[in-house]
Design a protein around this ligand. Sequence first.
Ligand code: 6AU
Length: 258
Amino acid sequence: PETNVPSALPVAASSSSPVRDQLYSIAEKKRSILCVAADVQSTKELLGIADAVGPHICVLKLHADIIQDWTTDTSRRLRELADKHSFMLFEDRKFADIGNTVVAQFSAGVHRISSWADIVNAHAIPGPGLIEGLRHACAISGRMIGLLLVAQMSSKGNLIDERYTATCLRMAREAFPFCIGFIAQERLDPTGKLFVMAPGVQLDSKGDQLGQQYNSPQYLLKRKGVDFLIVGRGIYGSEEPAKAAQMYKELSWSVLHG
Ligand code: 6AU
């Protein structure tokens, strides 16, 4: 169903999640609801994209496990860029295992996600123990990190149905303020307190060969009521990523406020 609801930006003040507050404060200051997905495979490319699009984004999303030469230096330099340009780091790990395993995936291994990420995401399918494990691991790390539940997907033929999405909404409400929102394709929480970041955004393409489906910023923001847009190949795959990021930033902001 189409929601046709306005942006959640005005309700930011009523939030009691520091991570959510920080995100909305960056979005307002930079007039950007844009998250760039930097799905490149080397530290050099990752840092290059982060520096180039940094002025135009509120969030940089990455898949640390596709970076061939990842070291602790990669995360240290990423954090420096995040502070320099004022954006948040979102590790798109999509945790999907029992709590005990997820805690280790989150805090240990090569990537030590809990030591540098501001936002992470997870599938709800293992149940609340996963969320509890992540919340506990965050408390131990001493860092403020926000969780997004993957409540809908952009890919063709995905197995998520309305009942599953409704259960995600219930789980997310119970886990607020650690859980701050969703990866989804439409607004799920009518109050907008739990926000939606929507992937599957590109102007020049309808999809790829492996089931990705794209919609326009106008459609997702105006018709579906999402709050933030995630753009990957439409930006890092373009000839001038900084220019493309600026274009997506200005377009999406003006769709909401223009
Ligand atoms: O714009 P693209 O297609 O180049 O990149 C989209 C990015 C990729 C995906 O791993 C991710 O968004 N994604 C997600 C996320 C963010 O969880 C969920 C989903 O349903 N679809 C999707 O594309 O980094």
